[in-house]
Design a binder for this molecule. Structure first.
Ligand code: AP5
Ligand code: ZN
Length: 216
């Protein structure tokens, strides 16, 4: 199946995408991760994206669509893709429809993750990830079983994102409501939209998601 996870910054898109990947063998396609990779690699796209990402705005549709197009051409995506953080504008949603049609793929489901905006600053400012395997953690909600050691790979290196400060989070939430929330209407008429309560515990949210995908 190919599924879009739709939700504001901090909703748990990345957290749930990794769980779906492990449980159902799907591939996570996170445009945030791909863009951070491009910034780190110093590509032209990365150079254009860096300042926008640091301010909490949206990177231009052209850059993002090109990155998604390239990623979809990799063979592992045939297993099914979880779109995490894409599409984020109506123009990107239209482009995705076209990309999928061109590649003989289709969209099965769009899961809208419903959260309370006020809780998102706390979620995001407590977030950190494993520097080796990318497993996500939280100061309060998800600590490694052994302090300072990644559950998944045993690494002791962790990192925090440059855009995870309260000011930038406020901008990211604004961009979400202005540019991304309209996608709920875009997908509403397709019969593919489901919503889940993403304020629940991480394991409860993943159960609701698996049910929404008919894999529960
Ligand atoms: P991106 O990387 O996509 O960031 P985002 O949308 O702001 O989302 P986050 O990664 O912050 O949140 P998440 O929903 O994945 O939450 P997580 O699972 O980590 O984008 C970054 C930037 O790149 C954008 O601002 C933009 O500039 C650019 N960009 C990316 N895609 C773009 C596009 N398509 N177009 C244009 N620009 C684009 O969870 C957060 C924390 O909460 C974690 O610590 C986690 O452990 C914890 N947590 C998760 N679920 C729960 C729960 N149920 N209860 C308690 N804690 C929880
Ligand atoms: Zn790790």
């Amino acid at each position: 199946v190919n599924v879009i996870l739709l939700g504001p910054p901090g909703a748990g898109k990345g957290t749930q995408a990794r769980i779906l990947m492990d449980n159902h063998g799907l591939v996570q396609l996170s445009t945030g991760d791909l863009l951070r990779g491009a910034v780190a690699a110093g590509t032209d796209a990365g150079k254009a994206a860096k300042a926008v990402m640091e301010s909490g705005g949206l990177v231009s549709d052209d850059i993002v669509i090109a990155i998604v197009n390239d990623r979809l051409d990799e063979p592992d995506t045939k297993a099914g893709v979880i779109f995490d953080g894409f599409p984020r504008t109506v123009a990107q949603a239209g482009a995705l429809d076209k990309l999928l049609a061109d590649k003989g793929m289709s969209l099965d489901s769009v899961i809208s993750m419903e959260v309370d905006d006020n809780a998102m600053v706390e979620r995001i400012s407590g977030r950190y990830t494993c520097g080796n395997c990318g497993e996500g953690y939280h100061d309060t909600y998800k600590q490694p079983a052994k302090a300072g050691v990644c559950d998944s790979c045993g690494s002791t290196e962790f990192k925090r994102r440059a855009d995870d400060n309260a000011e930038t989070v406020a901008e990211r939430l604004k961009a979400y409501h202005a540019e991304t929330a309209p996608l709920i209407d875009y997908y509403n008429g397709t019969g593919k939209l489901a919503s889940v309560d993403a304020m629940a515990d991480i394991t409860d949210v993943s159960q609701s998601m698996s049910r929404a995908l008919g894999k529960g």
